[in-house]
Write a protein that binds this ligand. Structure first.
Ligand code: SF4
Ligand code: SF4
Ligand code: SF4
Length: 276
């Protein structure tokens, strides 16, 4: 029989998101924030609840709920560019609205609390890539992580150039940049996954958002830890990790430590229940 204590975590996550929802609703006088963060908070809390109930589709369900909501509703219907170029655009215009708030919560300050939970449970790019067949990487990790700095710089230069050249109607350009950017991301993500036999190759080498996510998640409060009393060094956790994290090492500087997307595959797969 499960105790109430086991359900504290989903309740805490729900409360965190509800606090953000109500605070932004009242301070910004915009009910959209109440709906937006309540939906995301409820989806995440439901996913954690189902995970505790040992439902094997829990993570994918949250990913599909939040990812589809952001891509289809916020991106395509509301015309909000939630990609990195949208973040630069709103930052340059000095508007602290949906995209800048989204980046602050999910990708810049949030990772101090929940690491790269965004990458495991909400990202609409990975939502599609995770349908591909290589959930466990079939090839060793490549030394291509430098590409992310290039894509990061290109996104910043692209938006800065629009402002410096005084191009008109940048908002419309941002909408099309969102559509085209997503098509390019999906195409690159699928090609790389098939080429490297690794669903998350795009995340490991190309994604510009990781320039924010990696350093912030280094300090994450939420981390998978290994109980060395129980661990028998079988190596299974490292073999099945989609992000090549050496989770048996408890140090923050562990190999690929800032790549952990909290997928919980290692926790579920450990034969000795040494990870939590
Ligand atoms: S690394 Fe980038 S593409 Fe991959 S899940 Fe995270 S934000 Fe999405
Ligand atoms: S799977 Fe479990 S027992 Fe095996 S190395 Fe990893 S933590 Fe240790
Ligand atoms: S398998 Fe474990 S270490 Fe690897 S990404 Fe998932 S939670 Fe993190």
């Amino acid at each position: 029989m499960r105790t109430v204590k086991e359900y504290v975590f989903p309740i805490v996550m729900l409360l965190v998101f509800e606090t953000i929802a109500v605070t932004l609703w009242l301070t910004k006088d915009n009910i959209f924030y109440l709906f937006n963060f309540s939906f995301i908070g409820c989806s995440i809390a439901l996913g954690i609840f189902l995970y505790i109930r040992k439902n094997k589709h829990a993570r994918r369900l949250v990913q599909l709920l939040v990812g589809t909501y952001m891509l289809v509703y916020l991106g395509l219907i509301c015309g909000e560019n939630m990609q990195i170029e949208g973040f630069w655009y709103y930052l340059f215009t000095g508007v602290f609205e949906a995209t800048t708030i989204h980046y602050a919560v999910a990708k810049i300050f949030g990772p101090l609390l929940f690491g790269r939970g965004w990458c495991g449970y909400a990202c609409w790019t990975a939502m599609v890539l995770d349908f591909l067949p290589y959930k466990v990487p079939q090839q060793p990790r490549k030394k291509l992580g430098w590409i992310r700095y290039l894509t990061f710089a290109v996104s910043l230069i692209f938006v800065a150039a629009l402002f410096l050249a005084h191009v008109g109607n940048i908002e419309k350009i941002m909408f099309w940049a969102f559509i085209i950017g997503n098509i390019v991301y999906y195409a690159a993500g699928i090609i790389l996954a098939l080429l490297f036999k690794d669903n998350r190759a795009f995340c490991k080498y190309i994604c510009p958002v990781t320039v924010f996510l990696k350093p912030m998640s280094y300090y994450s409060l939420l981390r998978i830890k290994c109980d060395h009393e129980k661990c028998v060094s079988c190596g299974k956790c490292r073999r099945i990790c989609p992000m090549n994290v050496d989770v048996t090492d408890n140090a923050r500087s562990r190999t690929n430590g800032t790549e952990c997307i909290l997928s919980m595959e290692c926790v579920k797969g450990c034969p000795k229940e040494a990870l939590s």
